[in-house]
Design a protein. Structure first.
Length: 269
């Protein structure tokens, strides 16, 4: 048995580990964390709280979002909190975005990315590169699975790359009282399991008419679709589209509960 007080042999599996766990010989690196959960679990609220906590300590952040419920280039919470953010389109290189901030003299210490399920897999790779090569702390928030209970490509890539994967702890309940994990798309009172890549749902009535501000990237059977790209498609006027969080049993059975006809529409985010 080798003496624990002696250094490992050159061919030992531990020979590459720095003495006493020291990281002094390693380059500094940021962290990539992925916070995920179903609709209505407070992801955007947590993102804004995290930004507040970091900014109070003098750190400078860069806020990103895609297809937020407000449709206005900001991160918004159902509790009424909001903050301006950069709207990410499919062609935006997040590394270049940070470099442009630096070129303008703006410091960036961390990145908060909301609605990352809509980001491309290339953009998720760029977030990882910002953590590794630019030493930024990156905090990503999003939904794991689409309305078919399949992983969004962006979320899947984060599960593969993130240093830490953290479910948001605020529990969302199905109508039956079980934990709700699945985001159902409901069209004219019935669950649908196929559809357009992006569907805008009616979520609230306003004086001007219907405020359509919820989007769901379904990744459905569109040729060439990767599940997150494509143009927004408003639901036809004769269709009423909403979203509802269900447990696995009722997502599989399509049972929306006794109050299905009166449940309010729920924006995805």
């Amino acid at each position: 048995m080798p003496d624990p007080l002696l250094p490992p042999e050159p061919d030992s599996a531990l020979s590459a580990v720095p003495a006493a766990g020291s990281r002094r010989g390693l380059p500094p690196a940021g962290v990539l964390k992925f916070f995920y959960g179903p609709m209505d679990c407070g992801k955007s609220t947590l993102a804004l709280q995290l930004d507040y906590n970091h900014s109070r300590q003098g750190r400078r952040g860069l806020l990103l979002t895609k297809l937020d419920r407000s449709r206005r280039g900001q991160i918004t919470s159902r509790m009424g909190l909001s903050k301006p953010a950069i709207e990410v389109d499919g062609d935006l290189d997040l590394r270049r975005l940070v470099r442009d901030c630096w070129a303008k003299g703006r410091r960036v210490d961390y990145v908060i990315a909301d609605e990352v399920q809509f980001f491309s897999t290339e953009q998720i790779d760029q977030l990882a590169q910002l953590a590794d090569e630019a030493q930024l702390d990156v905090y990503a928030f999003g939904i794991a699975t689409d309305f078919r209970s399949r992983l969004f490509p962006g979320s899947q890539r984060l599960f593969e790359l993130a240093d830490e994967i953290l479910p948001v702890q605020v529990e969302v309940l199905c109508w039956c009282g079980r934990p709700g994990r699945f985001n159902a798309r409901v069209v004219n009172g019935a669950i649908v399991r196929h559809g357009a890549t992006v569907v805008v749902a009616d979520t609230a009535e306003t004086d001007a008419g219907t405020d359509a501000d919820a989007a769901d990237a379904s990744g459905a059977n569109t040729p060439g679709s990767n599940g997150i790209s494509g143009t927004d498609a408003a639901a036809p006027a004769e269709e009423h589209v909403r979203y509802q969080v269900l447990c696995r049993i009722h997502h599989r059975s399509g049972d929306l509960g006794p109050n299905a006809d009166t449940d309010p529409a729920l924006p995805l985010g």
